[in-house]
Design a protein around this ligand. Structure first.
Ligand SMILES: [Fe+2]
Length: 290
């Protein structure tokens, strides 16, 4: 049973769902409202029958390109996945291991993808991306996800712990709370000159220290032990998080047409747009375009 240790200074955004893998798809309610609302949704009754021994025993240190595998299963046949085929070929995975990996991956797709699509029903998927995270992670910095380039698409993110050890996360403020509490530390000039995507990077740095070597910030955190097989959904662009310890996991990260969101204004870039316009409404110490 996964365990969450909650910090009293932080919002309790953890919620549990009773969904099971055996439920008919039509009975699985969509989670897009609470997901966009910044909740971390746990599914303690979802059991995908994962072979934890296989995943935990994968020696990814010996095959560097196996540490992170992109995949894009076809909607009609999840065993058809040219992206994964290419990645496995590039990684030079020996034939026997490759066949076993392909089998385990397809088995999980067959069980998990119908549930995933039901949980996120209402969303129009534009790209079916799955990332197999087979690297061992210690002490990431606390952050909301930011990127070099902005993503116009929303994403629907579900994590599954494949390992036989817990995946330990810490989580802290939501993106809205970060701007509300620490936004005034950003100079007006910086806010004026920055694109929304870059503002997220700036607010990460102001709140938590920013760089991957800086993990000793002083912000409060919840601690989550996601047990082997645990399944959880969270918009990691909206809820700050750090992997404290984790081995083998998969994230199903389908891209979503922003117009199909329950509230397109919950798109991650829009939070920065709102903050920027609020900030620039004040006394004009720098020129404001338009
Ligand atoms: Fe992240």
């Amino acid at each position: 049973m996964s365990a969450i240790y909650k910090h009293p200074k932080l919002t309790d955004y953890f919620r549990k769902s009773g969904v099971t893998a055996a439920m008919p798809r039509a009975e699985i309610g969509s989670i897009i409202r609470p997901y966009e609302g910044g909740q971390v949704l746990q599914f303690p009754h979802l059991d995908f029958g994962i072979d934890h021994e296989f995943w935990a025993g994968l020696k990814t240190d010996d095959i560097a390109r196996l540490k992170k595998l992109s995949s894009s299963p076809s909607p009609d046949d999840p065993s058809h996945d040219p992206v994964l085929d290419r990645r496995l070929a590039e990684a030079n995975v020996p034939g026997g291991l490759k066949r076993k990996l392909r089998r385990e991956i397809t088995r999980l797709y067959e069980r998990a993808l119908p549930v995933y699509e039901a949980l996120f029903s209402g969303y129009r998927f534009t790209r079916r991306q799955v990332v197999w995270r087979l690297n061992t992670i210690h002490n990431e910095n606390m952050h909301v996800d930011t990127y070099v380039e902005p993503f116009e698409d929303h994403f629907a993110r579900l994590f599954i712990n494949l390992d036989d050890q817990p995946r330990i996360w810490m989580t802290s403020w939501t993106l809205d709370q970060m701007y509300a509490q620490f936004g005034s530390h950003l100079s007006r000039e910086l806010v004026y000159a920055s694109q929304p995507n870059d503002l997220h990077t700036a607010i990460n740095a102001t709140t938590f220290g920013g760089r991957s070597t800086v993990w000793w910030d002083k912000q409060p955190r919840h601690v989550a032990y996601f047990d082997p097989g645990a399944v959880w959904a969270v918009d990691s662009r909206q809820v700050s998080h750090q992997i404290f310890y984790g081995r083998r996991a998969v994230s199903i990260d389908f891209f979503v047409d922003r117009d199909s969101m329950w509230k397109p204004k919950r798109h991650y870039l829009h939070t920065a747009v709102r903050f920027r316009s609020r900030t620039l409404k004040g006394p004009k110490t720098v020129p404001v375009a338009g």
